[in-house]
Design a binder for this molecule. Structure first.
Ligand SMILES: N[C@H](CCC[C@H](N)C(=O)O)C(=O)O
Length: 279
């Protein structure tokens, strides 16, 4: 099976062109195998680029643990880059079908290759039952969450996939590696959840690290950045336009007055290869 390794702000996935490749039946197991950074290709997960009857292409995204997610922000930018650079679609504006609906993207082209992508990520989902969370509030804003012997304050938002945002004075490994895994599987989140930790620099700038549902700490999380931008506004900490610094790079976010979230960031092709199966 041919694949392409791509990354957006360091959030790296194995991409398979399902316009051409035939996949094995058990895709969750394939995602686990290819994601293994010692016995596989090594990635945060697997992303399938498929034909669509409703859009230019369809994206299906699987985390490193094999679980399928509704949406992937860094992933959709790379899908757009792939379909343009590989001649599947020649337009600089694309529509991609996802588990969060059909999203529109604008491509920046340099030397006939996509460099940056601006995604209309759609409206944030703020109804607690749709996030989903058992915490009160539509959405929960600065809500108390009991994590072990700690009570932390969280703001929950969905971008089609669920996010739990905590604003902290300093983002340490304690937050990301101790608190993050407990938040991911907390009973207040029936579908598990991605856990973002934010340090505010100004009303227009944040630092973020993330413990992702199904993949652990990643270098960046596009939907998490969107959720954090929304949470910043909901908690009165930031304005609607923010620059977010993640370990793997920067993303520009805007939650517009028309209630749509726009994310701009990089998309990079690293290499192509052939997967011959688990060794
Ligand atoms: N782990 C996420 C999916 C990947 C999201 C992230 N990598 C992004 O760029 O949005 C979830 O299970 O909801």
């Amino acid at each position: 099976m041919k694949f392409t390794k791509m990354q957006g702000a360091g959030n790296d996935y194995v991409y398979v062109n399902c316009f051409k490749e035939i996949l094995p039946q058990d895709i969750p197991n394939l995602a686990k195998q290819v994601s293994d950074r010692h016995k596989g290709i090594g990635s945060d997960g697997l992303i399938l680029i498929c034909p669509s009857e409703k859009a230019d292409a369809q994206m299906r995204m699987f985390n490193a643990d094999g679980s399928e997610s509704e949406m992937c922000g860094n992933g959709i930018r790379c899908v757009a880059k792939y379909v343009y650079d590989h001649g599947i679609v020649q337009s600089q504006t694309l529509k991609i079908e996802t588990g969060a609906g059909i999203l529109s993207l604008d491509l920046d082209i340099i030397d006939q290759r996509v460099s940056q992508v601006r995604v209309n990520m759609g409206r944030p989902i703020l109804n607690s039952s749709e996030i989903p969370t058992l915490l009160t509030g539509d959405p929960p804003v600065n809500a108390d969450l009991q994590v072990g012997d700690q009570t932390i304050q969280v703001t929950c938002v969905s971008m089609g996939n669920p996010h739990c945002v905590s604003f902290v004075d300093e983002i340490t490994d304690y937050w990301v590696h101790e608190i993050g895994p407990q938040v991911e599987v907390h009973p207040m989140f029936p579908k598990r959840i991605n856990a973002e930790f934010i340090e505010i620099i100004s009303q227009n700038e944040m630092i973020m690290r993330v413990w992702e549902r199904g993949s652990g700490e990643t270098q960046a999380c596009g939907t998490g950045a969107c959720a954090s931008a929304v949470a910043g506004v909901l908690t009165g900490r930031t304005e609607r336009n923010v620059l977010i610094h993640l370990p793997g790079g920067d993303l520009r976010l805007e939650w517009s007055e028309s209630d749509e979230v726009f994310m701009t960031g990089p998309a990079v092709e690293v290499y192509e290869g052939v997967w011959t199966g688990p060794q």
